[in-house]
Design a protein around this ligand. Structure first.
Ligand code: SF4
Length: 343
């Protein structure tokens, strides 16, 4: 099986106690069975501590009991006590893997990093468009899905990335084209027309200029971890009512949206839904672009923080994903035409 690694994957190294927003806070850490079995054999005081700090949550997952909002093994030096006492090999699967993401499509495998990790976000923002991703699979590949459908999706994703990276156009225009193009791709998927030779056009018509406050309203209903971000969201929503966006951050926002395409587009091989990925991108763009616009002259770490925090708050919750998906499908405010009208 062929593996595709963007260069930033190779460069990534956890910065541990130098991390400005550690993955050891806010999230629950799920303890996998192999780690659980090992932790049950751990001796001494540390073994006893490990066993006393695990519980089963309401979803039936075994997790560490957080202290405040932090993992109980994240010590006062901002280092991991499991790593120190048992070694890196005995971190549980979640901690060993994060922020690495492996997307296994049977016939090929793509790798990326999560934008919710500040160091990964920094690397991804600094890297140019990376072309190391699948563009087609041979028709005789064995996979548990139709290779014709996958080749169609790979071609549509390639065109999606071309439109996104065309920096001759302002970013909002590229997003309008992405919505128009992928709305037509979605129609082809719905009609089961997997014809690579007739990729649809990205032309669009903008009927009027709409009000975008519904995008902020939706975010306020999500499962949000930090009160600080909720306040930020409310202030940004007010700011967006009376201000327009410049193109000062188009480069960074383009890199951020590129991550969404890589991470979510091919999930349509199961869901048969590509347009939700583009709608997620539009939502992420509107919220983060206005957050950035509020800052007069932000440093690169401040830019990273805004984009990383959006990912940490919005992306890493199954419930948030479901809620967004429902709105995209059933709420007419999130129709393709209406989203084009607010860009
Ligand atoms: S968020 Fe990333 S850099 Fe920070 S502690 Fe976790 S893996 Fe390391």
């Amino acid at each position: 099986m062929k593996h595709y690694f963007p260069k930033y994957c190779e460069k990534f190294k956890c910065i541990a106690n130098l991390c400005p927003d550690s993955c050891c806070k806010d999230w629950d850490v799920v303890v996998d069975d192999t780690s659980f079995d090992f932790y049950n054999t751990a001796k001494g005081e540390f073994g006893d501590k490990l066993r006393s700090l695990m519980t089963i949550d309401e979803d039936g997952d075994r997790i560490f009991i957080k202290q405040g909002e932090k993992c109980p093994f994240w010590n006062s030096d901002m280092l991991c006590d499991i790593y120190i006492n048992l070694g890196e090999n005995h971190l549980c699967h979640t901690c060993k893997e994060f922020p690495r993401i492996t997307q296994d499509y049977t016939a090929f495998c793509e790798h990326t990093l999560s934008f919710a990790c500040p160091e990964a976000a920094r690397l991804m923002l600094e890297s140019d468009f990376d072309t190391n991703f699948a563009t087609h699979i041979p028709l005789d590949s064995s996979a548990d899905y139709s290779t014709t459908e996958m080749n169609f999706l790979l071609s549509a994703r390639k065109r999606t990335l071309e439109i996104l990276s065309d920096n001759k156009m302002p970013l909002p225009e590229r997003l309008c084209r992405l919505l128009a193009f992928n709305d037509r791709v979605q129609n082809m998927l719905d009609d089961e027309i997997f014809d690579i030779s007739s990729m649809p056009s990205d032309e669009y018509e903008k009927q009027n200029c709409g009000d975008m406050s519904f995008v902020f309203d939706l975010h306020k209903t999500l499962d949000i971890m930090s009160k600080e971000w909720l306040c930020e969201l409310e202030t940004t929503a007010e700011f967006a009512k009376t201000n327009t966006l410049s193109n000062r951050f188009d480069k960074q926002l383009t890199a951020y949206l590129d991550y969404y395409v890589r991470r979510y587009y091919l999930s349509a091989i199961d869901s048969m839904n590509v347009i939700s990925t583009i709608k997620r991108m539009v939502c992420a763009y509107i919220v983060t672009a206005y957050e950035l616009e509020r800052l007069e002259n932000p440093t690169q770490p401040e830019i990273v923080k805004i984009l990383q925090r959006y990912s940490k708050e919005v992306e890493h919750s199954y419930e948030n994903g479901e809620l967004l998906e429902d709105e995209f499908i059933f709420n007419p405010l999130f129709s393709t035409d209406n989203l084009i009208s607010i860009l």
